[in-house]
Ligand binder design. Sequence first.
Ligand code: C2E
Ligand code: MG
Ligand code: MG
Length: 479
Amino acid sequence: MGIEILYVFWFASIIMVGGYIVWIKKTSCKQSIVNERKVCEERIKFDSDIIYKLAFEDELTGLYNRRKFLIEGNDLLQSSHLAHQYALLSINIDKFTFIRSIYGYHTGNEILIKTAQIIQELTAKNGICGRRDDAGFAILFQIQEVGDISLLYESLAARISKIKIKENINYGLQILVGAAIYPTHGSRMSELYENVKFVEDQMRKNGNKTFQIFDNELKETILRQQVIAMELQEAIKNKEFILNYQPKIDTLSQKIVGMEALIRWKHPKKGFISPNEFIPIAEQAGLITEIGKWGLMEACLQNKAWQDKGYEKYIVSVNISAIEFYQEDMLDSIKETLKTSGLEAQYLEIELTESMTIIDKKQTIAKMKAIRALGVKIALDDFGTGYSSLSYLKVLPIDVLKLDQSFIVEIERDHVSKCITLSIIDLSRLLNIETVAEGVETKEQAELLSAMGCNMIQGYYYSKPIEADLFEERYMKIV
Ligand code: C2E
Ligand code: MG
Ligand code: MG
């Protein structure tokens, strides 16, 4: 219990501790005025120290609080008059709430204090730092080049990961750091903060990065994606999707043997939007299942309608994204679609991409086998991109292998690519897997692939993907 109130009158000073008067000192009039001023000055200093601390300092770590950091930051930026570059960094201790709930508040606070010390040490020479919120800190520091930011990030990450409170416990602390650069990404702290916040949100959402520097282009892309995600919901309601079909030509007979259904979004204002752009957004926004179910049903209905008109029967291939494939009701959904459309299973082929098959090999193989047990064929799409491995061909239950366009482009000019393609085609034949070359654009490519023993060709050389009516007119023949 300390001194609480110090009263000073012209005749005496009264000092109180804990509400009790403990000392009364008589003073002469002249002396009392001197004392009064001195005490007032001390009191003012004492009060203003407290007010300063309360207003501008973080109580736990002693760093600037958010408000003071902003003020100091703006001052620093203004005084630099665009002559220097600064980086604003936000530093968050990842999963801090979780760590604190396990090790307790005291340990949590110790971690924050040690983190603050590390941040302060590393930025003392050429920057300022502050605490933003619970486990969030910020740094504004002068840089010579962008690389300085990653160097600082690395030092911070390394030192914070080694924080120890109790000797034998390693907390495995990780930090998430977002950065924006003055003046490129903003001329005031508020602008820089906003951009850093944007980067932080992205990192949290994607969960695959612990350090990222803001990028104007990235922001534009993401804003566009957000608009598309919103518009996609309308597109589903307003039925703005259509399917185009691209023929697959048999290299021996030179006749059509099937067609791939490729989705198109007919946006009322922006025109056609490529699936390469909207499918990944639909996946992220949780809309792909609905769109995929529509696509599967539409392709089956169309194929059945053509068959019912008496045309030769072909296999329709439908692309399925990883998210759809791993849905629990995936198999039921295929069964249901075949039943509703009346299409026989042998006239449907599902295209899966190679990359998704490695997510969970055991589960994937089981699911693929179940699909094939229905009589539906499975094609492995885009082979040759990503983690291509010939060993997959042996373990994955597939009927068709689609060689990616990147392979096809290479075979004409690169001898090694040609040899690799030839080996893949040979191996596939041995394993009873048919091969389709995707993205074939020239006569030379078509002839070369045909000579290599590739079974089917798909590409602009024969036809671009076209609308159902045109496809019917061009390729459907009465038997
Ligand atoms: P994909 O399944 O590999 O389809 C082949 C892509 O190559 C198509 O692009 C097709 O238009 C294009 N293509 C075909 N021949 C040529 C050629 O000779 N040259 C060039 N440069 N390109 C050619 P598209 O239609 O833009 O589709 C892109 C991707 O979007 C597809 O790649 C597929 O992964 C995905 N996709 C398309 N429709 C659907 C769908 O209904 N559902 C899902 N989940 N994905 C789809
Ligand atoms: Mg495909
Ligand atoms: Mg492909």
